[in-house]
Design a protein around this ligand. Structure first.
Ligand SMILES: C[S@@+](CC[C@H](N)C(=O)[O-])C[C@H]1O[C@@H](n2cnc3c(N)ncnc32)[C@H](O)[C@@H]1O
Length: 268
């Protein structure tokens, strides 16, 4: 149970983090079902045009240059879907770089058939990466809890049932409350909502921490603190596991390699 899952088993309510985790990554989760994967349901920049993989291949070459052309150059496609990006990058690299590249696809879904044998398929990023870790539309898929201000202005966990019905649970507490206070303080106005992005920050920090030398880039949906969704009007109700078109364009989030550098993924 997550801190947000305060509902009783009998009434079926639980925190959004737990509900989304099961809906997306449970045994019959949206992302784990066999088939075409994300590309069968929506398009990301990866599917939209081969130009995207070519641009990432160019970035990998620049990282290679900055690293002085190491004998083994890692490319980690973090949250790889069906391996479309890593496949495109491999096809776009110049021969001298291609000969040294170690391509990884990190994905919770199973390895799809017919993938290039060189691609190592794993469910966690490898440790000690020298090269580029690239996460396209991963972080918006990290399950998080949702908080809502109650009538007294206290932020409480929002609990949800499988049919989308919601109610409020316990007040947000502990590290979740610290995160909200720092990054997404909720004005004491009943009904205002915030995502508690702590698991997302931890996921990114851990991924960037696998780098020994190189760069990490996340491309994802984002907003600035002054333009919080939900601040000026309520977001539409959601149902666990349903995908809705995003309203904001994905933005890059960078982390530089080298232990000791500022590699923490901070919300914008
Ligand atoms: C929106 S899709 C993006 C797929 C691909 N990167 C693209 O841009 O087309 C998100 C993917 O992230 C994967 N994912 C989510 N959390 C993950 C994790 N902790 N480790 C590996 N893959 C993860 C999901 O299984 C899903 O395939």
């Amino acid at each position: 149970m997550t801190a947000g899952a305060q509902g009783t088993a009998e009434d079926g309510f639980r925190g959004w983090r737990e509900a989304a985790r099961e809906a997306l990554y449970g045994p019959d989760g949206f992302y784990r079902r066999p088939g075409a994967g994300p590309a069968g349901h929506f398009r990301t920049s990866v599917h939209a045009s081969p130009l995207y993989a070519r641009a990432v291949a160019r970035l990998l070459c620049r990282v290679d240059e900055a690293l002085g052309g190491p004998p083994a150059l890692d490319f980690v496609d973090m949250a790889a879907g069906r391996g479309e990006l890593v496949t495109g990058v491999l096809g776009a690299l110049p021969a001298d770089v291609s000969a040294r590249v170690r391509p990884y696809a990190v994905e919770l879904a199973a390895r799809p058939p017919g993938l290039d044998d060189r691609i190592v398929w794993r469910d966690e990023p490898p440790e000690g990466v020298t090269g580029l870790l690239f996460a396209n539309e991963w972080l918006d898929n990290v399950p998080v809890d949702v908080a809502e201000a109650d009538a007294s202005g206290t932020p409480r966990y929002v609990l949800v049932r499988a049919d989308g019905a919601e109610r409020l649970g316990h007040p947000v507490a502990g590290p979740d409350a610290d995160w909200l206070e720092r990054w997404w303080p909720l004005p004491p106005e009943e009904g205002l909502r915030a995502e508690i992005g702590l698991p997302r920050d931890r996921a990114w920090t851990a991924a960037v921490g696998t780098l020994t030398r190189g760069a990490a880039v996340a491309v994802d949906y984002a907003h600035t603190a002054g333009a919080r969704p939900g601040r000026h009007g309520r977001t539409p109700p959601a149902v666990p596991g349903e995908q809705r078109p995003g309203r904001l364009r994905p933005r890059p989030r960078r982390g530089r390699g080298g232990r000791g550098a500022d590699r923490a993924g901070r919300p914008r």
